[in-house]
Ligand binder design. Sequence first.
Ligand code: CP
Length: 333
Amino acid sequence: MLRHFVQILDFSSEELQKIMQLTALLKRADKEGACPRLLQGASLGMIFEEPSTRTRVSFEVAMTKLGGHALYLRPGEIHLGVRESMKDTARVVSRMVDVIEARTLKHQTVLDLAKYSTVPVINGLTDFNHPTQVLCDVFTMIEHSPADRKLQDIHLTFVGDATNVCVSLMFICARLGISFTQAAPEKYQVSAEHRAMVADACAESGAKLTFTDDPAAAVSNADFIYTDLWWWVGQEDEIPERRAAFMPKYQVNAELLSKAPSTARFMHCLPASRGVEATDEVLDGPQSIIYDQSENRLHTEKALLVWFVYPRLKRPSDALMEHHRGLVEAFLG
Ligand code: CP
């Protein structure tokens, strides 16, 4: 069965941990300048309906390091939903590439791409979730935890709005057994609908989820404190209301960080609105691991690409390669 990476909950704890082990292997190889060219000759189609720095650069560089090639495809340059249905785009592009990465405004668009694609589709962020980001985040949390720390003993506190990243973090924590707390005004906490989606995962993994409007209490036992933007594209009309709801109580600043254990690390998926959801002193401070997170997007994308594409690639023998070369050379005289 063709599998896609559109939703964390589609994957078992064992599978997610295997992908993170692969990430560690590929990161170590890369650090030694010896990234294996496992995807030689393969192509990645990258569909972006929205701008991106980390997702675009990490996928493109990952593909290059693995010996493959990436194409940046955006509306206005391909017939994406204009003059051509998503169904036809998915069918046509997947006849020519080995894997598709897509950042789309609506989650349904990625689901449609996956439905009609004949190659794996990787979700590069939608209005619902951001699975590649949070896989990278947990990998980064493990890197910054003592070697003997079990996932079940890690506590992540998210301070701020129930963004697609926040919801995805809740999903991956539920799957892996990590304790997850969100501190936000009640109106901006993860919806009942999204919480219900992880009931079975929590029962299986033992993950504890907490939702509170008290950020100081929420960070008091946190190993990792995470925040994200308070508003996003399309929410411009809500900025005054959102700013009033979150500022200053939910801003991650030195005062809030002082309520956390001194060993707590600060995380942000970026881009950040400096001075809004987090201050410079925290973003640039000694507890911040935001750039380790960013770099780990590259290593995570390499692992995802290898995981999904390598088993599907044909690896012809030298004899078969010679046979076809001979046929073409004979034809050309
Ligand atoms: N965190 C993240 O996805 O960043 P970009 O929007 O730059 O890709």
